[in-house]
Design a protein around this ligand. Structure first.
Ligand SMILES: *Cc1c(COP(=O)(O)O)cnc(C)c1O
Length: 215
């Protein structure tokens, strides 16, 4: 299925108004689809799987900003550390430490978001409020910089619930914005719920199927 260019143009217009960054989630989609959006001027792309990202990255222009939005295992950080733009799903001190170590090896600062669990679904990923506070309290790493928070709302048609979850995330974000001036990214909102996320204060949405079609 080709990239939905009309949808992209509409989305860009809406997001420009609210100053929200669009991460085009290209997981499972071929590099040709990514190139189509690239040629329209798009630069921020999101991938969930290390192997897939490592395969695609060398085939595409090097000014693409690659967002890693999946669950990252510590032993795989080294594969994406040389080029990744933002790691969205950091949810442990040990992962953050490994990102710092690989950042040092690659002589760069790797930007990270801490993933917070706000949805009702059970998952082993994401921090609760107490764990978030603990992670925010550890001294800053020189090569792994915490830029903000990332979260997912429940996969539900109950918009009141989804809104409440995004609001919880926004409040946790606000609570920590004094951490440092670069703590300024709130990644929330996907194809099904991005309008609510923007209303609740998202600064970055991650949108896949709306642009690239169903996976
Ligand atoms: C796949 C994925 C998205 C995009 O989902 P769509 O519903 O296709 O927009 C966003 N965030 C994460 C973490 C994902 O895994």
């Amino acid at each position: 299925m080709p990239v939905n260019k009309e949808r992209y143009a509409e989305l860009k217009e809406l997001l420009n108004k609210s100053g929200t960054t669009l991460v085009a989630v290209s997981k499972t989609k071929p590099v040709e689809d990514i190139r189509e959006l690239y040629e329209l001027g798009h630069r921020d792309f999101g991938e969930n799987y290390v192997q897939e990202l490592v395969d695609k990255q060398p085939q595409l222009p090097h000014d693409i900003r690659w967002h890693f939005i999946g669950h990252l295992q510590s032993n795989k950080v080294k594969y994406i550390a040389p080029f990744v733009h933002l790691v969205h799903g950091v949810d442990s001190a040990s992962l953050l430490r490994e990102i710092n170590k690989q950042g040092l090896k690659n002589n760069r600062v790797i930007d990270c978001l801490l993933q917070v669990h706000v949805a009702q679904e059970e998952t082993k990923f994401g921090l609760d409020e107490k764990e978030l506070d603990e992670l925010m309290a550890i001294p800053a790493y020189p090569h792994a910089r915490i830029r903000g928070l990332m979260g997912m709302a429940s996969f539900s048609s109950d918009t009141t619930l989804v809104r409440r979850e995004f609001n919880t995330l926004k409040q946790l974000f606000t609570k920590h914005t004094h951490a440092h001036p670069e703590f300024n990214i709130l990644s929330m909102g996907m194809s099904g719920d991005y309008t609510i996320a923007i209303e609740e204060g998202s600064t970055m949405v991650r949108i896949g199927s709306l642009l690239f079609g169903n996976r």
